[in-house]
Design a protein around this ligand. Structure first.
Ligand code: BGC
Length: 740
């Protein structure tokens, strides 16, 4: 006890238990030496010059000079042991020798690319996801990177939005769990470890709810909806100690997120007591001028800082305007100190004041340039992200001794597309990618033949390659079609109004189908696509997203059954664009349709079914799982009791396999209407053929809480449906009563 008092007393005076200064104390000492301009300098971030991830307006000469003058706190898009060292050397020529922070978008892997994030989410495998970020952090930190702009924890219900590829889909609970796994992976043993990089919860907030799925568009929603659906992954990230936050480009109910005091000061830095710092999105401070929220950059800088945005990424508004704003008395210098303090704390925590070059180590970089262990992991992760959507007559898995296989479609020999959008560390390094053709070829028996025809391009009207493709199909026993969207068709600023197969891909598929050959369709995409004709006519469909460096091997592992697919959709797949937004946890309305034919004075379209093509949580396996004996510990509960739910799942098919068992609830009625289903738990279990496993979940009143229209967060007594099943449509249900 005494010891604790001693420690507390000592730390209160700014020293730790060993009599050393605390980081806070060191930052105070440093701040006391800094001029206003130097403090503002810490709030400035520029992009490097080799490539840009937004509209760049820097002249390299100015930036380099400003670094030497201590007017830059951080650089993004500067990477590599040698390059980061060069920039760091400039920073150390400044008066106070404050090191730079190097940030980069490490989104789905670094040197080893992994499936695009939405594909990763389809694995529902938190351990794999965490490990992938551990690897990404190890590789990126070896390239001099201190800080990734990830995870993106934006909930998204609109597949037209191109950035769905970067998130975890439509569900708040799943998105939150995955976000936390990513933060654990990136930050590893904690800031200061050589292989730990700072994570960044982005984009704060509600970026995924852009009207019409058009990137950067406005968001208009109730604060109740914002708090209940869009903010929980951010709140959880803050509580888990994510090092930084990033603003989003959108406005929320008329106030740009970058200058939104409600989310930044009231919630994040207020109620949630967040101690990290907030970086703007690329240019989002200056963009408040065209947005119509600030008359010029000066007013934009003032509004952003007052609201709580600490670092200016590429707007050039803070350095140009904040010193003047302080002199004019419009900005309290304490706010500049506060922002600079938050940033400097991170630099200390990263150990950069002890050794500014500790991440710039060429030997380490070399070891992580083409790390074979990481590739092996990538292969497994890729295969676990694939979702089997259809498998009539068990056409899959394919026998390796199939005599003649034809691979047809624009992506068979594709390299760069396999990386997916956001693969900044790859640049011209595409020869390391395993193509689908090579992956399949390597696993087919020596006496078998793999034919190939491109058939068409991803996105034009050229049908000149059709004839050759049809000829190729005719020669084969089975055709693997590889269709979808190219590298730059989903990602930032890649919203699409039409999410059918682009160009003439569907026509090509129809021509091949006419040959009567069995067709296995692989769909490569960063988002849910609409492919209703294919879904109704092709016997087997695998959703293969974009799987990264080892794509071809991961795909072949699943095609030939070395890996039994167990992925489940993290987003609802619509029948057609007219259904969007379509998501599983909607409200019932007062006039719900009973089924697809019931259209009379109910909430339905007269020309379109209500249910989606494939529901959230859906995915098949080469084996079959049978659910039985759903058991509840009680049907009547009171107060803080715990409900135990168990279900037995049997593998009744011919392969060992993994199943994601999903738990949903429905609060039958409340002060505000409640969704028809809400995911509250899931477990991925491996079950050998012939075996049965019991899966158990627990629920407490904490899991029943929701926000009412006054933003009170609580639960209500009453009836609840408890549902367990293989996807959000196919569940067993039992009703309970839970009293206060
Ligand atoms: C994106 C961010 C990204 C930043 C830096 C912006 O355009 O919205 O997600 O981190 O660029 O590359």
């Amino acid at each position: 006890m005494k010891r604790i008092y001693f420690v507390l007393a000592f730390t209160a005076f700014g020293f730790n238990a060993f009599g050393q200064k605390t980081i806070d104390q060191k930052v105070s000492a440093l701040l006391s030496k800094m001029t206003l301009e130097e403090k503002v300098g810490q709030l400035v971030q520029y992009s490097g010059f080799e490539y840009a991830t937004g509209p760049q307006n820097s002249s390299s000469a100015n930036v380099l000079n400003e670094i030497k003058q201590g007017k830059v706190g951080s650089m993004l898009n500067v990477a590599g042991a040698v390059e980061t060292r060069k920039f760091q050397e400039l920073a150390l020529r400044s008066r106070l020798k404050i090191p730079l922070l190097f940030g980069q978008d490490v989104i789905h892997g670094y040197r080893t690319t992994f499936p695009v994030n939405l594909g990763q989410a389809a694995s529902w495998d938190l351990k794999l996801i965490e490990k992938s970020e551990r690897i990404a952090a190890t590789e990126a930190s070896a390239y001099g990177i201190h800080w990734t702009f990830a995870p993106m924890v934006d909930i998204a219900r609109d597949p037209r939005w191109g950035r769905v590829m970067e998130g975890s889909g439509e569900d708040t609970y799943l998105g939150m769990q995955i976000g936390l796994a990513r933060i654990r992976g990136f930050q590893g043993k904690g800031l200061g470890a050589l292989d730990a990089i700072m994570a960044c919860a982005k984009h704060f907030a509600a970026y995924g709810a852009a009207v019409g799925g058009r990137d950067y568009n406005s968001v208009d929603m109730s604060l109740r909806q914002l708090n209940e659906t869009y903010l929980p992954p951010f709140k959880a990230a803050a509580e888990a100690g994510v090092a930084t936050f990033m603003n989003s480009f959108n406005d929320i109910n008329g106030i740009p997120a970058t200058a939104n005091r409600y989310i930044l000061r009231d919630l994040l830095k207020g109620k949630w007591n967040y101690q990290g710092f907030v970086v703007s999105d690329w240019g989002s401070i200056g963009e408040m001028v065209p947005h119509g929220y600030a008359k010029d950059n000066k007013e934009a800088a003032e509004k952003a800082l007052l609201a709580g945005s600490d670092m200016d990424m590429e707007s050039r508004a803070y350095m140009a305007e904040l010193p003047k704003l302080v002199q004019e008395g419009k900005v309290d210098p304490k706010l500049i100190d506060e922002a600079a303090r938050r940033i400097l704390i991170k630099k200390f925590e990263m150990g950069l004041f002890d050794d500014p070059y500790r991440f710039s180590n060429e030997k380490r970089q070399q070891e992580q340039t083409d790390n074979q262990e990481n590739r092996k992991f990538g292969r497994v992760f890729g295969s676990k992200s694939i979702v089997l959507l259809k498998n009539e007559k068990n056409i899959l898995p394919l026998s390796k001794s199939t005599k003649t296989v034809a691979l047809i479609g624009p992506f068979g020999k594709e390299t760069s597309a396999n990386h997916g959008f956001w693969s900044v560390a790859f640049k011209d390094d595409h020869q390391r990618i395993v193509t689908q053709f090579d992956g399949i070829k390597n696993q087919l028996d020596k006496n078998s033949t793999l034919l190939y025809a491109k058939g068409c391009n991803a996105d034009d009207q050229d049908r000149s390659m059709f004839a050759e493709a049809v000829e190729t199909a005719r020669k084969a026993d089975v055709v693997i079609m590889t269709l979808g969207e190219g590298h730059a068709m989903s990602g930032e600023a890649k919203s699409r109004s039409n999410i059918h197969f682009s160009g003439v891909q569907e026509e090509l598929l129809k021509e091949i189908e006419k040959t009567g050959k069995p067709v296995i369709l692989m769909i490569n995409a960063g988002r849910p696509l609409v492919f209703d004709w294919a879904a109704d006519h092709v016997p087997a469909i695998l959703y293969t997203w974009w799987l990264g460096t080892e794509a071809g091997n991961s795909i072949a592992d699943v095609l030939f059954g070395t890996v039994n697919p167990g992925g489940k959709l993290p987003m609802t797949f619509p029948r057609t664009e007219g259904q969007i937004p379509v998501y599983y946890n909607h409200y019932n309305t007062g006039r719900p349709a009973k089924n697809n034919t019931d259209r009379n004075y109910v909430s339905a379209y007269i020309d379109l079914d209500n249910d989606p093509k494939f529901p959230f949580g859906y995915g098949l396996s080469y084996t079959q799982f049978k659910y039985a004996d759903m058991n509840l510990s009680s049907a009547n509960l009171k107060g803080s009791q715990t409900l135990k739910i168990s279900v037995s799942v049997s593998n009744t098919g011919n392969y060992d396999g993994e199943e994601v068992v999903q738990l949903y609830i429905r609060d039958i009625f409340g002060k505000v209407v409640r969704p028809v289903k809400e995911l509250k738990g899931f477990e991925k279990v491996f079950i050998k053929k012939g075996e049965t496993k019991t899966v158990t979940f627990t629920l407490t009143p904490e899991n029943l809480k929701f926000y009412d229209d006054q933003l009170n967060y609580d639960w209500e007594a009453g009836e609840f449906d408890i549902m367990v099943g293989t996807d959000s449509r196919n569940v067993q249900t039992k009703r309970i009563n839970w009293l206060k």
